[in-house]
Write a protein that binds this ligand. Structure first.
Ligand SMILES: [Mg+2]
Length: 380
């Protein structure tokens, strides 16, 4: 006779806005930076604590919303992640999910999956399906304001560490006029110079990707693809404003460079539209942005039905669970700033072996925030 499963009830949800320090000396740059992280901890009456994160510049605002949402979860069963997700979705967004609702859901849902794993004694990647026990990483250089020398120095260090695919940002500030206006043609010509320098620095065997973070229009995104054509760029991530599904489909018809998109998206229906319109080569549901594992797993299922792979950006050690767990999973982004901040914040993070990571056996996410780091990095 099997024993009845233990009942768990949520007794506390608490979000903390953090600013974790980021140090780039290991990449040869003296620049210092910081990473805004909103950490949520969910506790049960059975003594389990799950944690999750989301990312936003204003972590204090998102923390306030998470604490409001958390008050609705007291007494809820954390094993029923779907029931919790639906309840929060409707109470936070009224059915048309805003980005704040998505960020709030992402942090809480990740913590719920951490609790599920700890309660069942299984890692999250196995709860999601356990499709593979190792995943490959690609590195995003990610040093804010890096000049060409810093960019190429950091790239060489990352290659020495074993990364075989590097991503760099392009198109900034692009159509984001809040940071000053600059002609797009000047921006992309400068981007092409940086990509050429990067190719010269790392040689022919290393893959290079570029990411415009939705900051270009169609004309200039296509022009940038032409300008970097001699330097063998492997993919273009979120090239166009608003991840416009029709414009991305048009761009794919004009260019052979693969398009990746979705890291900034909230709604599952946006991913459906990208698939239906043939807008992307790779979908990128982001656990820390796109509503946590509960929704990202659905998007991964959609991607599988279209035979389109997913890859992942954002917080490496969280997203690796999705990429390892589901059939459509492939590679995980190692964003150097976010990874550095996580190393300062969490204990028991599994280490990379070259550019591969072996998935941990530890239950839940397999790592935990250090209480003294939470205290030190809390935004006052
Ligand atoms: Mg991106």
């Amino acid at each position: 006779m099997t024993m009845p499963a233990q009942q768990h009830r949520i007794v506390r949800v608490h979000a903390t806005p953090l600013k974790a320090p980021v140090d780039f000396t290991w990449l040869g740059s003296s620049r210092k930076s910081s990473q805004s992280i909103c950490l949520v901890e969910v506790e049960t009456d059975t003594g389990l604590t799950g944690h999750g994160v989301t990312q936003h510049i204003d972590s204090s605002t998102i923390a306030a919303q998470i604490n409001f949402a958390g008050s609705k979860l007291l007494g809820a069963d954390p094993m029923c992640n779907e029931r919790i997700w639906q309840m929060l979705f409707w109470s936070l967004s009224g059915g048309a999910q805003s980005q704040y609702a998505s960020w709030t859901l992402a942090a809480i849902d990740t913590a719920i999956w951490d609790i599920k794993g700890k309660a069942l004694g299984l890692p999250v990647w196995q709860l999601l399906g356990g499709a593979r026990s190792r995943v490959q990483a690609y590195a995003t250089i990610g040093i804010p304001g890096a000049d060409i020398d810093e960019l190429t120095t950091a790239a060489k260090r990352l290659v020495e560490k074993g990364f075989r695919c590097l991503k760099t940002q392009v198109g900034r500030p692009g159509v984001d006029h809040s940071k000053g206006q600059k002609p797009l043609i000047d921006i992309i010509r400068n981007d092409a110079k940086r990509i050429r320098a990067l190719r010269d620095a790392v040689g022919d065997e290393i893959e290079i990707g570029m990411d415009a973070q939705c900051r270009l229009d169609l004309t200039h995104a296509v022009k940038l693809v032409e300008l970097v054509q001699p330097y063998d760029v492997s993919f273009f991530e979120e090239p166009l404003i608003e991840n416009d599904v029709l414009l991305m489909a048009d761009m794919r018809r004009r260019c052979t460079m693969p398009i990746h998109a979705g890291q900034s998206e909230a709604l599952a229906s946006r991913f459906r539209d990208m698939l239906m319109h043939g807008s992307v080569d790779v979908l990128q549901p982001n656990v820390a942005v796109t509503g946590g594992f509960t929704q990202c797993a659905k998007i991964a299922g959609l991607a599988s039905a279209f035979n389109v792979p997913i890859n992942g950006g954002g917080y490496f050690w969280h997203i690796m669970h999705l990429q390892a767990g589901v059939a459509a999973g492939t590679t995980v982004e190692y964003q150097t700033a976010a990874a550095n901040a996580c190393e300062a914040l969490f204990s028991n993070l599994p280490a990379l072996d070259g550019d591969w990571i072996t998935m941990p056996d530890r239950p839940g996410l397999g790592f935990d925030p250090r209480p003294e780091a939470i205290k030190e990095f809390t935004v006052k």
